[in-house]
Design a protein around this ligand. Structure first.
Ligand code: HEC
Length: 229
């Protein structure tokens, strides 16, 4: 049985569809947009480079301190296996991909989901075809905002509703914790409390919805371009 919290995801959004149209703009303005885009692009290249360098630094330090996977696990699970949303994942994790859940009516999406993996997971998966021990997956769930932009009807991430977290654990080392099993620790966190889950049992809160992805270790890998060889 899926609890109502998740069912609610499908019903309580999508009310505010576009009422506003972006102005067409003259060609002069359009020219300005292009120039600005290029500037932004260049800045992004620099930022990406810096982020890349930072990741390498983190990986090196993590390796020296004693095992990247283990330090991932310690960072998000306590001794009893209670998970929390990893701090700083938006800068230290790698983007896997995103999902747009279509609006029940009208154009656009009602939810945007963005999925991140802890450092090293992508490389490891590409080598072995499996998620390494300690791998952490974070799925952000946003209420979508949809409006007319110069590219058309566009949905983007609006208000954050919360996070789904999965932590890879083949050894099933928390048998007493009902949020661990089938090779993962599983939890949902409301946006206002990233430290404490509201999930109680992964078998009822998560598993049946992930059954279609059982053959790929319960993960919907088809949505994640970086995992494709
Ligand atoms: C209503 C069905 C449903 C429920 C309930 C559900 N999931 Fe998912 N989950 C999905 C689907 C479908 C995807 C991929 C597509 C998407 O995000 O819309 C996904 C994606 C994810 C992802 C991104 C990695 C992946 O598997 O692709 C994580 C992490 C995740 N879910 C964790 C959880 C956890 C933890 C729970 C329980 C606390 C849970 N989910 C409950 C359907 C569900």
């Amino acid at each position: 049985m899926l609890n109502e919290r998740f069912a609610g995801f499908c019903t309580n959004v999508g009310s505010a569809l576009p009422t506003r149209r972006a102005g067409g703009g003259t060609s002069g303005i359009a020219g300005g947009v292009v120039i600005r885009r290029q500037t932004v692009k260049n800045a992004n290249v620099v930022i990406n480079w810096i982020a890349g360098a930072a990741l390498v630094a983190i990986a090196v330090v993590g390796g020296l301190i004693g095992g990247g996977a283990e330090s991932n696990e310690k960072a998000i699970a306590d001794a009893d296996g209670n998970l929390h949303v990893p701090k700083g994942y938006r800068s230290s994790y790698q983007m896997l991909g995103s999902w747009a859940v279509a609006a029940d009516q009208g154009q656009g999406s009602k939810e945007i989901h963005a999925v991140y993996a802890s450092p090293g997971v992508i490389d490891s998966y590409l080598k072995t075809g499996r998620f390494p021990e300690g791998a952490v997956l974070v799925k952000e769930v946003f209420e979508a905002a949809t409006e007319q932009m110069t590219t058309g009807a566009v949905s983007r991430a609006g208000t954050l509703k919360g996070w789904f977290i999965m932590l890879k654990d083949s050894s099933n080392r928390n048998p007493a914790n009902k949020l661990w099993g089938d090779g993962w620790g599983w939890s949902w966190f409301e946006a206002n409390n990233p430290a404490k889950t509201t999930s109680t049992d992964y078998k009822t809160d998560c598993q049946s919805c992930h059954a279609p992805a059982q053959a790929t270790d319960w993960v919907y890998v088809e949505g994640y371009p970086p995992l494709k060889r």
